[in-house]
Design a protein around this ligand. Structure first.
Ligand SMILES: [Cu+2]
Length: 493
C-alpha cells in the first residue's frame, strides 16, 4: 500500500523546466525537502506573485507558494522536529499559518497572537514539532480588508499531512483536492447558500433580533453590506475539463482528502453513482464513520472520505451548484479503459449533520462555559458589514487587541455560540483542537475539529482543553467576517 501511495506522490517532473507560466497541478505536488546539509532548512516555502494557468489561455496572477497552486503538499512525521525557511518575495509582510496544528505562538502564523511577520523581501526561519497527526494545511493569515488580491483571496493554500504512528483505515491510495475560487468581485448582499446544515430549524429569538436589526438599517437608507462573488472556480487549480482527470480502476478504494481553500464560500462535492464514507473531519478520525452522498465544507474545513470505485464511467466530481460547476468547480474521474462524454447527475438534496459522525452525548462537563453572541452591523464600515462577538468588534487599527477570554491551563472549556445573523460562520480556534458537544440541542461527542459551521440563527457548543499556553486566536474563517471584526483572543492567566 505504501508503495502505491508514494508512487502517487512522485515528483511532477514537468514542473522543473522553469517555464514562465506554471500549470496548476492536477494532483497535489509532493514537497521536495531541501538536502540535509548543515545549516539548511528541511523545507523552504517561497511566497511570490505567480501566473497560474487555470485553463488554456486563462492565466491568473496570484500570490502563491513555490510557484505553484496549490502549494506543495508538505508531509511531516508526527513528533519529528522540522526547520522551515519562509521566504517572502513580495512587497508586503506576510504570515503563514499552520492551520490545525498545536504549535507555539511564534510559529503559528497570526499577527494577533504576536507571531512576527515574514518581512517584505525577507526571510524567517521557524522550527517546530509537527502535530497532532492527520490532515492539516497552511495558508496566509493576512488581513485583506477591501483588497481582493490579498489574504485568502490569493493563491496561498497548501496541504499538510502529518503521518501518524498508525495508519488509519483500509484504502489503496490517497488523492488530495483543494476547492478554490478566483476572480473575486464585490456585490451588495449576494447571498451564499444557507440550506446546508441539519437540523434546518432556527431559534426564533435570534432570528427576531437579527431581522429587526437588518430592517432598522435598511430603513435608515443603508444598502446591504458587501459580499464577494467569483468568476472562476477550480479544483486543484484547474477549471473543470482543463486538468488531468483522476484515473481510477474498478474496485479501487480511494481516500480523498478534500480542503475548502476558499476565502469566503461554503462548498459541496458529489460524485454521481458513488458515495463517500467519511472517516475523518479536519484530519481527525471520527467515532462513527458515516456514508453520505454529498460532502459539505465551510471555509478551511477538511473532509477525508473513502470512495469505493464501483460504478465505471467518466464522471464529473463537482459542486452541486450548477452555476459554480459550469464555471469550473469540478474534476473528471475516469475509469480505466472508459472513454466518452463526462456525466453529471444531480444528487438528491442533502444536508450536513455533524452529529452523524459523533457519539450521542457523553462529553464530560466543562469547568467553565463562555457565552458568545454573534451579530452583524449591516454595512457599518464603509459599506462592509461589521461583526461583533458579545457586542465587541475586533479592532481593525491595532493587531494585538486585549484578550476577551481567559484560560487556566489544564481546564476544560465550553464555548456556547449563538448566531444573531442569517449567515453561516465557519468558526476556527487556533493552536487547539475542539470537540463538538451540542448542535441545536442535539448532544454529541467525539468529533474533534478546528473549524465548525455555525448556522444562521442557530446555536452550537464545542469544548476544548486549555493545553497549549499562549495567546490563542478565535475567528470566523470567512475572510470578510474576520477582517471586519469577527475575531477574539484567548489568553492563559
Ligand atoms: Cu463568519
Amino acid at each position: 500500500m505504501s508503495v502505491t501511495r508514494r508512487d502517487f506522490l512522485r515528483t511532477a517532473g514537468a514542473l522543473a523546466g522553469g517555464a514562465l507560466v506554471r500549470p496548476a497541478l492536477a494532483a497535489a505536488d509532493p514537497f521536495v525537502p531541501s538536502p540535509r546539509v548543515q545549516g539548511a532548512a528541511d523545507y523552504t516555502i517561497r511566497i511570490a506573485a505567480t501566473p497560474i494557468e487555470v485553463a488554456p489561455d486563462k492565466i491568473i496572477s496570484m500570490i502563491a507558494y513555490n510557484g505553484q497552486f496549490p502549494g506543495p503538499l508538505v508531509r511531516f512525521k508526527e513528533g519529528q522536529r522540522v526547520t522551515v525557511d519562509l521566504v517572502n518575495e513580495t512587497d508586503a509582510p506576510e504570515q503563514l499559518h499552520w492551520h490545525g496544528q498545536r504549535v507555539p505562538v511564534d510559529v503559528d502564523g497570526a499577527a494577533e497572537e504576536g507571531t512576527p511577520y515574514i518581512p517584505a523581501r525577507g526571510t524567517r526561519r521557524i522550527s517546530f514539532i509537527p502535530g497532532p497527526a492527520g490532515y492539516r494545511f497552511y495558508h496566509t493569515h493576512n488581513r485583506a480588508g477591501a483588497d481582493l488580491s490579498a489574504g485568502q483571496y490569493s493563491g496561498q493554500v497548501g496541504h499538510v499531512y502529518i503521518d501518524p504512528k498508525h495508519e488509519p483505515g483500509s484504502y489503496d491510495r490517497e488523492v488530495f483536492l483543494v476547492l478554490k475560487e478566483f476572480g473575486p468581485t464585490f456585490s451588495r448582499g449576494g447571498d451564499m447558500p444557507q440550506d446546508v446544515l441539519s437540523p434546518s430549524t432556527t431559534i426564533p429569538s435570534l432570528e427576531q433580533r437579527g431581522e429587526s436589526a437588518m430592517k432598522a438599517s435598511l430603513a435608515k437608507g443603508m444598502p446591504k453590506g458587501y459580499e464577494v462573488g467569483y468568476d472562476t472556480f477550480t479544483i486543484n487549480g484547474r477549471m473543470l475539463g482543463h486538468g488531468e482527470p483522476i484515473r481510477v480502476k474498478q474496485r479501487e478504494r480511494i481516500l480523498f482528502h478534500v480542503l475548502n481553500g476558499s476565502a469566503t464560500e461554503i462548498r459541496s462535492l458529489a460524485l454521481p453513482g458513488h458515495r463517500f464514507r467519511v472517516v475523518a473531519l479536519d484530519g481527525n478520525p471520527v467515532p462513527t464513520p458515516t456514508t453520505v452522498p454529498v460532502l459539505w465544507l465551510g471555509t478551511a474545513e477538511r473532509v477525508s472520505a473513502i470512495v469505493e470505485m464501483n460504478h465505471p464511467g467518466v464522471w464529473i466530481m463537482g459542486d452541486t451548484s450548477d452555476d459554480d460547476r459550469s464555471h469550473g468547480m469540478g474534476i473528471v474521474v475516469e475509469y480505466a479503459s472508459r472513454k466518452g462524454k463526462t456525466q453529471w447527475i444531480t444528487p438528491p438534496k442533502s444536508r450536513w449533520d455533524y452529529t452523524a459522525f459523533g457519539k450521542s452525548g457523553g462529553a464530560p462537563p466543562p469547568d467553565e462555559t463562555f457565552e458568545m453572541v454573534i451579530a452583524k452591523d449591516n454595512a457599518a464600515v464603509d459599506g462592509f458589514n461589521r461583526w461583533t462577538i458579545n457586542g465587541a468588534s475586533y479592532p481593525m487599527a491595532n493587531t494585538m487587541a486585549k484578550p476577551a477570554f481567559h484560560l487556566h491551563e489544564g481546564r476544560r472549556y465550553r464555548v456556547h455560540m449563538r448566531n444573531e445573523s442569517d449567515d453561516v460562520h465557519p468558526v476556527h480556534l487556533h493552536r487547539h483542537t475542539f470537540e463538538l458537544t451540542n448542535i441545536m440541542g442535539r448532544a454529541t461527542s467525539g468529533v474533534m475539529k478546528d473549524v465548525v459551521m455555525l448556522g444562521g440563527y442557530q446555536e452550537l457548543s464545542f469544548d476544548f482543553v486549555a493545553n497549549d499556553p499562549g495567546l490563542t486566536l478565535f475567528h470566523c474563517h470567512q475572510q470578510l467576517h474576520m477582517d471586519f471584526g469577527f475575531m477574539a483572543l484567548f489568553d492563559y492567566v
